[in-house]
Design a protein around this ligand. Structure first.
Ligand SMILES: *Cc1c(COP(=O)(O)O)cnc(C)c1O
Length: 340
């Protein structure tokens, strides 16, 4: 038994999901003629109370498309210093959209309206790139699955609006935040211009992300997705998996959160653990004592068939997910207690 906790992207389709994929009605989606993709897009747009949605092969492409559609080359976007759009998309903001990122020194991947206010100042100066876009991440990945306070998000949106900045949400794990905080997709649809959501993480679909926004934004996104090479053909097989995931795998995210918290409770008690970050959703970030090399810790765990990853700066990351069973959970907790 291999206990793979490197990410919630490692899940495989369940037999029920595979069944609906097998039975999906498909067509050529480049001509908007795949009925299952259209059904998924309509479903997600409605869920968020937004006008339109577009299916993507990856969350990176959905975010990159959003950045491109809100900006012109030479513009600037604002994001947290730990943001996925800046750190983990291969420099795509610079390559695809030609924009620079102004990083905000937030806390666990989240900044405040006041911090945004401070950095947007001085935008009339010709030395300074045009400010166009604010990118938020919820939950934060490098921030350990932390959830934004919705009231703070409203304040950030107000600053964005006053400064004529577009507002994009990298909601790769938004459903984890919705479940953890008892929030609704519509609340987010009202606040943001565009939202990307990964279907292939906690929700358990094999592939795919979706971008929601206004008709105008999604029409632009449709062209950009094509130029990025992301327009696919009979992709309804994947859309069917996504529809199944949205119908069946949202509420159960609470189980992943519960297991993550239990892992944290065990880690905190171990003498080899220096610190465990607060756990709100399905990501556990912790640090081992200075006398232990984090890579050695990972290797030792791997020898027991337990896989986790390093996020740099001494951070070790465990992510719980759909394929992480109760049996695996007991074994992991035992191994964490046994390690010395
Ligand atoms: C996973 C992730 C993405 C998208 O990643 P893909 O692997 O391209 O689907 C975007 N943002 C965050 C915060 C993520 O965790």
């Amino acid at each position: 038994m291999i206990i793979n906790l490197i990410s919630d992207t490692v899940t495989k389709p369940t037999p029920e999901m595979l069944q609906v994929m097998m039975e999906a009605k498909v067509g050529d989606d480049v001509f908007n003629a795949d009925p299952t993709v259209n059904e998924l897009q309509d479903k997600v747009a409605k869920l968020f109370g937004m006008e339109a949605a577009l299916f993507f092969p990856s969350g990176t492409m959905a975010n990159q498309t959003a950045i491109k559609l809100h900006t012109q080359p030479g513009d600037k976007l604002f994001c947290d210093k730990w943001a996925h759009v800046y750190n983990y998309e291969g420099g795509g903001a610079a390559f695809n959209a030609g924009v620079t990122c102004k990083l905000i020194d937030g806390n666990r991947g989240m900044f405040t309206a006041k911090q945004l206010q401070e950095v947007v100042a001085g935008r009339a100066d010709i030395h300074v790139p045009y400010s166009r876009l604010v990118c938020i991440e919820n939950t934060t990945n490098k921030g350990g699955g932390a959830c934004w306070d919705f009231e703070e998000l409203k304040k950030v949106q107000k600053v964005a609006k006053e400064n004529e900045l577009a507002f994009h949400l990298d909601g790769a794990r938004l459903f984890n935040a919705l479940v953890a905080k008892n929030e609704t997709p519509k609340q987010y649809g009202e606040l943001f211009d565009t939202i990307s959501v990964c279907l292939s993480k906690g929700l358990g679909a094999p592939i795919g992300s979706i971008l929601v926004g206004s008709k105008e934004h999604i029409a632009k996104a449709f062209r950009i997705r094509k130029l990025l090479g992301g327009a696919m053909r009979q992709v309804g097989y994947l859309a069917a998996a996504a529809i199944y995931a949205l119908d069946n795998h949202v509420e159960r995210l609470a189980e992943d959160h519960k297991k993550a918290k239990e892992i944290g409770e065990v880690l905190v008690e171990q003498s080899y653990v220096k610190k465990v970050e607060p756990i709100e959703t399905n990501i556990v970030i912790f640090y081992v004592n200075d006398n232990i090399d984090p890579m050695d810790f990972i290797a030792k765990m791997e020898s027991k068939n337990i896989l986790m990853i390093s996020m740099g700066e001494g951070k070790l990351r465990i992510v719980t997910h759909l394929d992480y069973t109760d049996e695996m959970h007991s074994k992991l907790l035992q191994e964490l207690k046994n390690y010395n």
